[in-house]
Design a protein around this ligand. Structure first.
Ligand code: ASP
Ligand code: MG
Length: 419
């Protein structure tokens, strides 16, 4: 148990492994900060590889020619491996498996096959990183056990904990760093699943929870947890420390810094999460843990590609609990997540992430019973820990289609593209 207490989990996202130079930097960080004691390194797909695999998969699934993008993807990974002086055949088996998968796609089962294909980004990246670190490569698909919810596998925690502990006992961890994939898991029957886009953070938390780690560090291209995305808002502020609770709420509202499912398992076992910059590894970063703090500076969160759907009962009845039950049931069935909702006497509105396919299915389910209007191309802004000045700053010049305020949070929906 003492051994397990000092286990560290490092998670490196796509930007931190985007090319050979980035992987050399990762190696320096692991050498300089990763010890003493056991270390598990969780790695995402390189750079934008997951997007490239999604596009490749869509072509293949539609029966279109995908030879050129497949060759590009293979050549890119081979070139990085060669640049790092790794064995020439390091990736051969994985690239052959990917090719076979794409060649044998079935017309149905889009989501299931998506997982079988898109998971290769992490498999390839971890082979390369394990090679560069001369560390043990671990295929986590038989260990991170999920159900059959393709593209959003739900975790079987007790089984995963048992499998991980058996695969990585203290004696194995003591032999040196282990490198494994973020984002992927597997079902009891051996099919690959994925945990949802950007799910590698969650993998790091799963490993930490199951193996009783002492800490998790997420290495990012920003200085820590900031009060806004610096690509969208100028003058951001870093939180030196912040509670699990605050972080969960920020992730829930759509702050993209940490995958929303990451925090809970860490909070349950009291494992601190450090967010640090791989560009400035000596800088302090952010410590997310069980702490109390005074009032925090307002956090600004923007979600794009939102859609506002409103339902009116056809008989102009009031929106009743029975109506809501039907609407919620349909939203859950088509897997549209509610980001904000509001009801008035005869109508009920929800803001959700836009998906043409899911929205269409929702309309099919509910058109008979409700008159439905929707608006797409919207943005949802959330200000957490708002004050009057922060609301003025964000709402100036915008037409608000829906707004809501609680004690800590101010949210509104407006048309996109206003900058
Ligand atoms: N590679 C996956 C993605 O881009 C998972 C991750 O990066 O966390 O969504
Ligand atoms: Mg990523």
């Amino acid at each position: 148990m003492q051994q397990a207490q000092s286990l560290r989990i490092y998670k490196f996202g796509g930007a931190s492994v985007k090319d050979a130079a980035a992987i050399r930097n990762l190696s320096r960080i692991v050498r300089a900060y990763g010890g003493p004691g056991p270390l598990v390194v969780v790695v995402s797909a390189m750079g934008k590889t997951t997007n490239a695999l999604e596009e490749l998969y869509q072509l293949a699934h539609a029966g279109q020619d995908y030879a050129a993008p497949l060759a590009r993807l293979g050549a890119f990974h081979q070139a990085v491996a060669a640049d790092l002086a790794l064995a020439a055949d390091l990736l051969t088996d994985l690239l052959t498996q990917l090719e076979d998968r794409l060649a044998t796609l079935l017309p149905a089962d889009f989501d299931r096959q998506y997982d079988q294909v898109v998971s290769f980004g992490e498999l390839l990246a971890t082979r390369i990183v394990a090679g560069a670190l001369q560390a043990r490569w671990l295929d986590c698909r038989p260990l991170i056990r999920t159900d059959h919810t393709w593209r959003e596998g739900r975790l079987d925690w007790p089984t995963t904990e048992r499998l991980l502990r058996a695969a990585l006992p203290a004696a194995v961890l003591a032999e040196g760093p282990v490198v494994t994939q973020g984002f992927v898991g597997g079902t009891a029957s051996g099919a690959t699943t994925t945990l949802g886009r950007e799910g590698s953070d969650f993998t790091a938390a799963i490993l930490a929870y199951c193996l009783g780690a002492g800490s998790v560090t997420i290495w990012k291209d920003v200085a820590g947890l900031l009060n806004a995305d610096p690509k969208i808002f100028p003058d951001t502020v870093r939180y030196p420390e912040i509670s699990y609770q605050e972080t969960i709420e920020m992730a829930y509202y759509g702050a993209s810094v940490i995958h929303p499912k990451t925090i809970k398992p860490l909070a349950v076992r009291g494992i601190p999460l450090l967010v640090k910059s791989f560009l400035e590894p000596d800088a302090e970063g952010t410590r997310i843990h069980d702490c109390r703090h005074g009032l925090l500076v307002p956090a600004f969160i923007r979600k794009t590609e939102q859609c506002l759907v409103s339902f009116e009962s056809k008989e102009l009845d009031f929106i009743s609990e029975e109506n809501l039950e039907v609407i919620f049931g349909a939203l859950a069935q088509v897997r549209l997540k509610i980001r904000l909702m509001q009801n008035s006497a005869i109508s009920f509105s929800v803001c959700t992430d836009f998906s043409a396919y899911r929205l269409q299915r929702l309309l099919e389910l509910l058109r008979g019973q409700f008159t439905i209007h929707y608006n797409t191309g919207l943005e949802l802004y959330t200000i957490k820990n708002y004050d009057a000045a922060s609301i003025r700053r964000l709402t100036a010049g915008r037409e608000l289609l829906l707004e809501q305020r609680t004690r800590q949070t101010f949210q509104f929906v407006c048309r996109g593209g206003a900058g």
